[in-house]
Design a protein around this ligand. Structure first.
Ligand code: NAG
Ligand code: NAG
Length: 404
């Protein structure tokens, strides 16, 4: 930018000398009133006491790459204010008094990479207005909205900014961020939300989509820790396990959503401190089994969603089935559907309706519970034994015993 800028200064001065500084000079033709256009690529209109965006003098579009309008008294941005500046790469509107931006204000600025709207009087970025504002800003890399009075970020406000890398929202009054507010910002690296009024971690989970994020600033908010949190939604991530103690700080949590992760295991004591838990979603994970007493301490649990896992309906699920049956009979629990995927003989059947044969799910003459206990001690063998068990003969089992 600097090199092209300085070469342009050269051209500019050359043209100026040709035109003898007359107002008819081709370079100055477009120069908006009260601006400094010595650098034709950089129009300097900062600190000029402007109350509106100055009109480009010419009727043609302006070649400028940078337009600096900081430190003026501009109060609103109209649909046509930037219509002639379609080559802009950087637009600086910091430190004005902008309270309103027309939905089509930036429509022509498809090359814009940096938009500075910091330190203005914006109170809202209403859904339906901002997405249009940012409609064509596909190339935007940096957006500054800090130092305004924004209170809420609506669903998908930044939808069109797929290339955004830096987003400044510090020093606003944000108390709510819709969990899809940042949905499409897959390239965002830096997000500053410091000095706002965010109070709960549910909001903070709006960040779960931000796969490129390396810096997240949340200092000087009102986050009160996790003990008062009622909902913890961390669905659509890449979690592989829920470990013992991990959820213990969520003492008051009522709704937990771990759907669409990659969970392969949940510690038997994972939920044991969550005595207020009412709704638990574990849908669409890679779970095959859950410990039978995993919900023993969740006496108000009403709703568990376990769909979309390939459950292995062997003796390890027997205790869970027993717990579910008891909960159903006490009318504590809405239906839980655990659809068996393994063994193949039970594929598609629901655990609730699967007959327990003898003492285990499969009658092979061995008491299932004791075998399972033995098997669980050697986890390596669990899947093999339990998968093969109903269809194969006793050789698998004996090879297991032989291995011990
Ligand atoms: C924007 O400001 C101009 C004057 O600067 C005014 O005429 C116009 O009514 C304002 N528009 C809005 C929507 O406030
Ligand atoms: C369940 O198993 C089927 C194959 O039997 C596989 O295609 C599918 O991806 C598995 N789903 C999960 C969640 O593991």
């Amino acid at each position: 930018m600097d090199t092209s800028g300085s070469s342009l200064v050269g051209i500019c001065l050359f043209l100026l000398s040709l035109g003898g500084f007359s107002s008819s000079s081709p370079v100055l033709d477009f120069c908006p009133e009260r601006c400094d256009c010595v650098h034709a690529l950089h129009l300097l209109c900062a600190n000029r006491g402007l109350r509106a965006v100055p009109r480009a003098a010419a009727r043609v579009s302006v070649d400028a790459l940078i337009l600096s309008l900081g430190g003026n008294f501009i109060t609103n941005i109209s649909a046509s204010d930037f219509a002639r500046y379609c080559k802009l790469v950087r637009l600086n509107l910091q430190y004005n008094q902008i309270a309103a931006i027309h939905p089509q204000a930036f429509e022509k600025l498809s090359r814009l990479e940096e938009l500075y709207l910091g330190h203005n009087l914006l109170t809202a970025l209403p859904a339906g207005i901002l997405p249009e504002n940012f409609l064509n800003l596909d190339n935007l890399v940096k957006l500054r909205l800090d130092g305004n009075s924004l209170e809420v970020l609506q669903d998908s406000v930044f939808t069109n900014l797929a290339n955004l890398q830096y987003l400044h929202l510090e020093h606003n009054k944000l108390h709510h961020i819709h969990r899809n507010a940042f949905l499409k910002l897959t390239n965002l690296r830096f997000l500053n939300l410091a000095h706002n009024k965010l109070s709960a971690l549910t909001n903070v989970l709006s960040f779960s989509h931000l796969r490129s994020l390396t810096v997240l600033l949340l200092s000087e908010n009102e986050i009160r820790g996790l003990s008062s949190l009622r909902e913890f939604l961390i669905d659509g991530n890449e979690l592989e396990e829920i470990n013992a103690g991990w959820l213990d700080p969520l003492e008051r949590v009522e709704v937990l959503d771990f759907s669409h992760n990659r969970l392969v295991s949940v510690d038997p004591s994972a939920f044991s401190r969550l005595t207020y838990l009412k709704v638990l979603r574990l849908k669409n994970n890679f779970l095959t089994s859950l410990s039978g007493d995993i919900f023993a301490f969740n006496s108000v649990l009403q709703n568990i969603d376990l769909h979309g896992n390939n459950w292995t309906c062997d003796c390890r699920l027997e205790d869970l089935k027993r717990w579910m049956t008891a909960a159903h009979s006490q009318r504590k629990l809405l239906s839980v559907f655990v659809q068996c995927h393994y063994p193949e003989t039970l594929r598609g059947k629901y655990l609730d309706y699967t007959e327990v044969q003898g003492k285990g799910f499969y009658s092979l003459g061995y008491p299932c519970a004791s075998l399972c206990r033995a098997v669980t001690g050697q986890s390596l063998w669990v899947s093999r034994i339990c998968f093969n068990w109903p269809t194969s003969d006793l050789s698998d089992v004996t090879s297991f015993w032989g291995c011990r």
